[in-house]
Write a protein that binds this ligand. Structure first.
Ligand code: ADP
Length: 423
């Protein structure tokens, strides 16, 4: 045994562990002094064996490096997958958070994804996934828009009118997915209320123009006739001047009602709702209307329990009562009665204006508070009505947090009741 033998033995065994062939070689020789055997083996096997051993060790190192690289790659893929899942979760949540209905289709136009809002817009319980637009909404225009977006990448906006128990108007924006993604996306917006408001606004403008045109035409016509010589006509001239005066008054009432409505719409005059004693407000309103009632021989009475108070804006409430009393007197023939009463009902106060007038057919009642709605257009005009009085009433009452309703019977009379919070 040479000096340094144990160190060499250690190196040998390490090599033997890494290379089972070498251990087998040592075992075959039944060599007990292994370092010597190694030297002997090396000498015997020659340089080729050493190269083979070194090559094997290299392969082991390469395998270890390869497996480390694979582990790195796997970790990277796992992280990527987690990031994709996270993005998917965020997108999913965003899709569900959108108030509009959304669907995404594949290149064939079949729905591959949609949100809950879309389900609410379509028929309840309808199967959506995998279905194409024509099947889901039965609108060729929408189907074609989706197919064009998928095949030609052309965006479009389509209006879909849905009939049935829940009629709706949907505005659908269709767009290709873009990038290298095949398919399309569509956003469904329920524009029913928007369309209704647009119609109301158009009707309102048409109504205002019409209402203004009538008195203006009368004023212009009679003024021109007078200017053309009728002024000298002692019999007809005063009648024409009278008509011009009446129509000017009508015009002025119309304009002031319109201004009042626009101020209410714009909330220019914020109401101050406080406890208001009803006795005083009722007195002011009835005093204002008394001359008109007396001129028409309509008797007007009021019964208000002492100390009764409601949460209201005093000026607004007075205007509400004046409008209701004005109508009651206007639509009650001579000899009739108009009665204003109030009572407390638990937490509420009810103010009623009852008349023994013409009454209103039931079919008109649901629309009575709409702007310019009249039961009898000609009669309302003859009586100096603008068709806006009740819409102002409804506006003011709801701004005070109350409610107004009507009961009426044709030929018997009407009762308008304002309900406010008691104070
Ligand atoms: P108008 O200026 O025409 O009176 P309103 O908005 O005040 O407009 O009323 C709308 C319509 O309701 C009136 O044209 C009239 O046909 C009907 N109406 C309102 N109040 C009464 C009432 N007390 N009795 C009968 N009809 C009424």
């Amino acid at each position: 045994m040479t000096a340094g033998g144990p160190a060499r033995r250690g190196a040998f065994w390490a090599l033997a562990a890494a290379c089972p062939g070498l251990a087998a070689f040592a075992a075959t020789l039944a060599v007990t002094d292994l370092p010597t055997a190694l030297l002997a083996g090396a000498a015997a096997a020659g340089v080729a064996t050493v190269f083979a051993l070194v090559g094997q060790a290299e392969r082991v190192r390469a395998l270890a490096a390869e497996s480390a690289r694979a582990a790195d790659e796997e970790r990277g893929l796992r992280q990527e997958r987690e990031a994709v899942l996270q993005t998917e979760r965020v997108l999913g949540a965003a899709l569900e958070g959108i108030a509009d209905g959304v669907w995404i289709t594949d290149a064939s136009g079949a729905v591959v994804r949609h949100n809950a809002a879309l389900r609410r817009l379509l028929e309840p319980g309808q199967e959506i996934l995998g279905k194409r637009p024509l099947f889901l909404l039965r609108r060729a225009e929408l189907h074609e828009a989706v197919m064009r977006a998928c095949s030609e990448g052309v965006p479009a906006v389509v209006e879909v009118v849905m009939e049935g128990p829940r009629p709706r108007v949907l505005e659908v924006q269709v767009a290709p997915l873009g990038g290298s993604l095949p398919g399309s996306a569509a956003v469904f917006r329920d524009v029913t209320e928007l369309k209704r408001l647009e119609r109301v606004r158009q009707d309102f403008v048409a109504n205002v123009s019409h209402e203004l045109r009538t008195p203006i035409a009368a004023i212009l016509g009679y003024a021109e006739t007078l200017r053309a010589g009728a002024l000298a006509d002692a019999v007809h001239a005063p009648q024409m001047v009278e008509i011009i005066h009446r129509q000017s008054e009508r015009l002025s009432e119309l304009v002031s009602d319109l201004l009042e409505l626009s101020r209410l719409d714009a909330r220019e005059r914020p109401l101050s709702v406080t406890p208001v004693g009803l006795g005083e407000v009722v007195l002011r309103a009835t005093e204002a209307m008394q001359p008109r009632a007396a001129a028409k021989h309509v008797s007007m009475t009021h019964h208000i329990p002492d100390g009764l108070a409601a949460r209201a804006d005093a000026k607004a409430l007075e205007q509400v009562l004046v409008n209701l009393l004005d109508n009651a007197v206007k639509y009650t023939p001579e000899g009739g009665t108009v009665e204003l009463s109030a009572r407390r009902d638990d937490e509420r106060v009810e103010l009623s204006v009852r008349d023994t007038g013409l009454g209103i057919e039931a079919r008109h009642l649901p629309r009575l508070f709409e702007r310019f709605y009249r039961v009898d257009r000609g009669r309302s005009r003859d009586m100096g009505g603008t068709g806006l009085g009740l819409s102002i009433v409804r506006h003011l009452v709801s701004a005070m947090g109350g409610d107004v309703r009507v009961q009426s019977q044709l030929g018997v009379g009407s009762t308008f009741t304002v309900v406010l919070a008691a104070a």
